[in-house]
Design a protein around this ligand. Sequence first.
Ligand code: KIV
Length: 257
Amino acid sequence: MKKKVTAATLRAAKEQGQPMVWLTAYDAGSARIAEEAGVDVLLVGDSVGMVNLGYDSTIPVTTQDMILHTAAVVRGRKSAWVVCDLPFGSYQQSPEQALATSVQILQQTGCDAIKLEGGAHMLETVQFLSQRGIAVVGHVGLTPQSVKQFGNYKQRGQSQDEYQSIYEDALAIAQAGAVVVVLECVPDSLAAKITQDLNIPTVGIGAGKTCDAQVLVWHDVLGLSETVPPFVQPYANLRKDAVAAISAWATDVRKRL
Ligand code: KIV
């Protein structure tokens, strides 16, 4: 049986230059499949709102939604490290609010870590949670919970100022005690620089190949999404297969076969 993945496993993998594989999961069945495929970390992203709940952004996702899906993933996992996103509005008010939400999620789901979006402005919160024994995963670059502010899901860090501030955000988050930092949609060179300069693992999504780990959304890897981000290469076309299979069955039903 595979040894349980922990924060220490992720640190050791970085030291050994061994890339780790993260994948989003939202239910017990997909957690089991991902683990059978050798995935190390299951991220219950608030992307659940867009890929499973039908919202057009992650903003409407609630703490209760995250608890429901994370508890299911934890029931399905054997050895993977399970990370749960803190949803929009559940942690930005104060470090105390973030602690209350994290405790609720950790106690009610059995997951291993929480993830929160944001750089410099979240430092106090990252430190507050870390000092209280919570494994915090940071998330900088494209932060989907700020989509209303940015107006799009395009790559961040294209201007020199933004490039520099994302670099500083990642370093500061690590110094504040985060155990891992996700780099979403930033230039490859920036992800490489952050990965080299940080002593905690980086996880890239649309951030080149140099990060210590890679993460993708379940539906994107399997070709289940109607549209995929430009940096994603689907490894299957399950949407097409599902439509064909259901149509074939529907035809048989209609012919009483
Ligand atoms: O919500 C999510 O799935 C994420 C990943 C895309 C990093 O945050």
